[in-house]
Design a protein around this ligand. Structure first.
Ligand SMILES: [Zn+2]
Length: 119
């Protein structure tokens, strides 16, 4: 789960496809370029044998707005590796909002937003 988040941050399309279960994998994956991923919070996770369910919220900045992907993702384990199968999108736990250029960047860098994740 965390490694897939990192792959989104790094735009590592190959890794995302490799860790996607072969029966559920999309033929192609287009990653949006205007997104800065700023944090990942695991809200809940459960696993039993070869199945896992992870609820997470990944905060992002896009076009000057703070938003998030809040999802319950399902994984299965095959040959000792976890694969993503599917997910249900939920509403973010906070209201998406415009960031002002001079406020502290929500990624926690300590810099102003305009000097950090603003694109
Ligand atoms: Zn930042």
């Amino acid at each position: 789960m965390r490694s897939r988040y990192s792959a989104y941050v790094m735009h590592d399309r190959d890794y995302l496809l490799q860790t996607w279960h072969s029966e559920c994998r999309p033929p192609e994956l287009t990653l949006e370029s205007g997104i800065s991923w700023i944090s990942l919070q695991i809200i809940d996770s459960e696993h039993q044998d070869d199945r896992a369910v992870v609820e997470f919220e990944a905060r992002l900045v896009s076009a000057g707005r703070l938003d998030a992907v809040h999802e319950v993702s399902r994984f299965v384990k095959q040959d000792g590796r976890w694969f993503y199968t599917s997910g249900d999108q939920l509403s973010p736990t906070f209201k998406s909002r415009n960031l002002s250029r001079n406020e502290a960047c929500p990624c926690g860098s300590g810099r102003k937003f305009k000097r950090c994740c603003l694109r």
